[in-house]
Design a protein around this ligand. Structure first.
Ligand code: SAH
Ligand code: SF4
Ligand code: F3S
Length: 468
């Protein structure tokens, strides 16, 4: 799941000058551009929180900032190209005023030395495993250290953190596992995020209970590149964690992402049936509908296994809604293999999909495969997949009409000149609601009046309020 924006967050009030070590830190502003997945978004939140200690407040206006941080994503070449172009523009900021520029995240993890050489405007770079040391790194930069990079891995067995939130909403991302050991043949993540390491259930439950009690958190999204591997190395499991979190009184909704189909256990499926707080949604990336392509991707499951897991999940929770990720045009994918993906869309009946053209990533196994597919073939297959899914989705979403859903209102959105409230159902569908009341962060029961493939309109049945 990828998208891009600057972080929407606000820091607490700062004092005029803070003395830290040998340096004076006057009030300064930091601007962070975040690319990529939820883990990166959460890393940005963590950085903002740490930088608050150095007297930085957050700004969404780049021109006002004393420090620019690009929190990068390397998942597809397009993500890299966007960042290079944005970093290129930072040379104007550097010319016009006193500003420090840093690169963080997944590209910085693997390319920091090259970046520092190629872009004179870049002051320092740091990788994904030192995000929590951002304060020390920024201190170093203000102490006069130039052109340095830190990309070391934390080699300890222990992964212990406290969740940092800066946004004031009732929703929180909570890291439960970092890294990925799967090494799918096309994917750069194991190289940018390192080996799998889980927090303990006790730590996470205390962390979430604290946020629910003191920071008004009501919904958590448990994060990791492969959350189903959670706890494997310490004899714990995601299923156990969810059942423990369920006991926290003030917590209302639990989501988790992203899952690998190989690790969806019977125990976890049972939790989808019995949990009262787990969302009616599961994002379960399949990548391809062809067994031969899945083998070349080193995904470790067959389509038969995948569909069996879906059937069991739907048996356990008939209201569950499934979404997925698909890669179009894996190296040497045949027309028949591509058609198998269209067949899978019929069989799986996804609520939505994220689909991408295959992008060769340096250092991965797939990048070494000889590949005869052209850009045109890939583009055509991607369009076919997307159109095929839209037709399926339109039908599925129309079935929502007349039904009532509980929604947490997240904000407003304007479409065709009309501004409405916008919220998500437990099954992750967006519903637009017309109302003059201030519904921000209210829980509302909404009856869906109309639905297209991408969004739904609803009318209020009852407003439950911020706490109910
Ligand atoms: N950990 C998750 C997803 C991580 S990346 C999982 O295992 O499913 C998010 C999505 O990006 C992937 O699901 C995949 O569909 C896509 N992706 C990853 N590498 C890619 C590549 N080289 N080219 C195109 N898409 C890619
Ligand atoms: Fe990448 Fe595969 Fe790991 Fe997902 S499970 S992050 S696709 S290597
Ligand atoms: Fe991108 Fe890194 Fe996430 S490569 S998708 S930001 S883990």
């Amino acid at each position: 799941m990828t998208n891009e924006t600057t972080q929407n967050a606000s820091a607490s009030s700062n004092t005029d000058v803070k003395i830290i070590g040998d340096l004076e830190f006057p009030k300064r502003k930091v601007w962070i551009k975040t690319y990529g997945c939820q883990m990166n978004y959460h890393d940005t939140e963590r950085m903002l929180s740490h930088l608050n200690e150095l007297n930085f407040s957050h700004t969404e206006t780049k021109e006002d900032a004393d420090l620019l941080i690009y929190n990068t994503c390397a998942i597809r070449d397009l993500a890299n190209q966007k960042f290079y172009s944005h970093l290129g523009n930072a040379k104007h900021d550097k010319k016009e005023r006193e500003v420090k520029v840093a690169a963080a995240g997944c590209i910085a993890q693997t390319e920091s030395k090259e970046l520092l050489k190629k872009y004179p405007q870049l002051d320092f770079a740091f990788g994904t495993d030192v995000i929590d040391n951002v304060g020390d790194l920024v201190y170093r930069a203000y102490a006069g250290d130039k052109k340095f990079s830190v990309t070391s891995w934390d080699r300890s067995d222990n992964y212990s953190i406290e969740t940092k939130i800066t946004h004031g909403s009732p929703q929180a991302f909570v890291n439960i596992i970092k890294g990925c050991d799967k090494f799918c043949s096309y994917c750069i993540v194991p190289f940018t995020r390192g080996r799998e390491k889980s927090r303990s259930i006790t730590e996470i439950v205390n962390d979430v209970a604290r946020m629910c009690e003191h920071q008004g958190i009501q919904e958590v999204t448990l994060l990791g590149q492969n959350v189903n591997s959670f706890g494997k190395k310490n004899g714990e499991s995601l299923a156990e964690l969810i059942m423990e979190l369920e006991k926290i009184d003030k917590l209302k909704l639990i989501r988790y992402t992203t899952s690998h189909p190989y690790d969806i256990s019977d125990e976890l499926i049972a939790v989808h049936g019995k949990s009262k707080k787990l969302a009616n949604h599961l994002h379960l990336p399949v990548q391809s509908g062809s067994n031969s392509v899945l083998q070349r991707m080193l995904r470790q499951y067959s389509i038969e296994h995948y569909l069996e897991r879906l059937a069991r999940l739907r048996e356990a929770n008939p209201d569950i809604v499934i979404s997925t990720d698909i890669i179009a045009g894996f190296p040497n994918e045949t027309e028949e293999e591509h058609r198998d993906t269209l067949k899978l869309l019929d069989a799986a009946q996804y609520d939505f999909i994220y689909s991408y053209n295959y992008s060769s990533r340096p250092g991965t196994k797939a990048a070494r495969m000889k590949d005869i597919l052209t850009k045109d073939i890939r583009g055509r297959r991607l369009r076919e997949i997307q159109q095929y899914q839209l037709d399926i989705q339109e039908k599925i979403r129309q079935e929502m009409e007349g039904k009532t859903y509980r929604v947490l209102v997240e904000g407003k959105s304007t479409m065709k000149g009309v501004t409405k409230w916008k919220g998500r159902t437990s099954c992750y569908r967006i519903v637009h609601i017309e109302s003059d009341e201030n519904l921000q962060w209210n829980w509302v029961d909404v009856k869906v009046t109309s639905s297209t493939a991408l969004s739904s309109q609803g009318e209020i049945v009852q407003v439950l309020g911020r706490n109910f």
